[in-house]
Write a protein that binds this ligand. Structure first.
Ligand code: GN1
Ligand code: MG
Length: 362
């Protein structure tokens, strides 16, 4: 559902837009913010977002990170080694990155990236290569921005040990009496304590360098160019913060490689797509600039991110769907099953996954 004129008018009035607003329609498939496509009588288009401050409890810090990253990318854009565009934020008429209204909360506006489209699943190997090229380039450009300059906007966001504990807590609390009906999936998750402990030690140790990472490298966070089909813009920069490279590498694999989308029943981890993803990802300076330990950690990425998302969706289902937006009662459970089945697929393909990475790192 879009917004009615009496809803969007007072919000858009805060931004220096030309012409009249013709429409403000729901847009995209995000789980956290509410996103709208705004069309002006001048033909100019914008992306309006109602910012979810229950998830991102410090909106100013998110916006500071966003601006720091966009400034850095802008500075790098002069090198001319990529056709990627950067997101462009429209400030309010008083020069603020967010508008706060007492009824609805926080709002922000971006220029719409024209001639672009997004996909929810990879249909062809070239899309995997192009998508990974875009994320790889994005990360490579941020290698020289010290990670500690950025705020941590969601603590332990990708800490698998912490997510495991959250699931255990949800099960113990069992606020909606749902745990018994999903025992099989809880067992599946909790049985993997050994891997979780290994990864938690890796995350907590200081062997892996802290990088500026995107932390939500889903396939639908890349805009492709309508004509060339090449990557055009990396979007959804809210979770850009200090992180580990295996998170971004893993989240790409989680969302690029399954045959179905995040809630489909067809899982099937497509190794040929993974191979193309690895190829695209390393077509930049990353391969030569990352450490041997970091290279070695990448093989864990697909498992880690699929498991972590499975656990997050399952815990949210058990808690009574408090975090993710849902469209039907067992939506989070379907998402959790999908991710945990993907974990199983990844475990079965672990040798092939490892050899694809090795091949592309040579
Ligand atoms: C959420 O809202 P969206 O779709 O960009 C989530 C990510 C998950 C993703 C699962 C802040 O992102 O961590 O990977 O759903 N973002 C947050 O699709 O929790
Ligand atoms: Mg996101």
């Amino acid at each position: 559902m879009g917004l009615e004129e009496q809803q969007f008018k007072p919000i858009l009035k805060q931004f220096p837009l030309e012409g009249l607003t013709l429409s403000c329609d729901s847009f995209g498939s995000g789980h956290i913010h509410d996103t709208y496509l705004v069309t002006q009588s001048t033909g100019q288009r914008y992306i309006l977002q109602r910012f979810n401050h229950l998830v991102f409890t410090e909106p100013q810090k998110v916006m500071e990170n966003l601006q720091m990253v966009l400034n850095h990318l802008q500075m790098k854009a002069g090198n001319g080694d990529s056709d990627l565009q950067n997101l462009s934020l429209v400030q309010t008429s008083s020069g603020d990155p967010l508008w706060h209204d007492s009824q609805w909360g926080y709002w922000r506006l971006f220029d719409y990236v024209e001639n672009s489209f997004a996909i929810d699943k990879v249909e062809a190997p070239e899309q995997a290569c192009e998508g990974a090229l875009a994320f790889g380039h994005f990360l490579a450009q941020l290698l020289d921005l010290p990670a500690t300059n950025l705020h941590i906007t969601i603590k332990d966001f990708h800490h698998v040990g912490w997510r495991f504990e959250q699931l255990r807590e949800a099960v113990n609390h069992d606020a909606q009496n749902r745990a018994a009906s999903v025992k099989m999936w809880i067992d599946f998750a909790l049985e993997r304590l050994e891997q979780v402990s290994y990864l938690s030690t890796l995350i907590d140790g200081n062997q892996l360098p802290l990088r500026v990472t995107h932390n939500d490298t889903k396939i639908n966070n890349i805009l492709f160019h309508k004509k060339t089909q090449k990557g055009l813009c990396v979007v959804d920069l809210d979770t850009v913060m200090p992180g580990l490279l295996m998170y971004d590498f893993g989240d790409m694999a989680r969302t690029f490689c399954p045959e179905g989308g995040e809630e489909d029943h067809t899982i099937n981890f497509r190794i040929e797509i993974f191979d193309q993803m690895c190829q695209g990802f390393f077509l930049n300076d990353l391969k030569d600039m990352i450490t041997p330990q970091e290279k070695d950690s990448l093989r864990w990425g697909p498992w880690l991110m699929s498991y972590l998302m499975g656990v997050r969706f399952l815990a949210d289902y058990i808690n009574g769907d408090l975090y993710y937006k849902i469209s039907y009662p067992v939506h989070n459970l379907d998402r959790a099953k999908n991710q945990l089945l993907l974990v199983q697929e990844i475990e079965e393909h672990s040798d092939q996954i490892e050899s694809c990475i090795q091949k592309r790192l040579l």
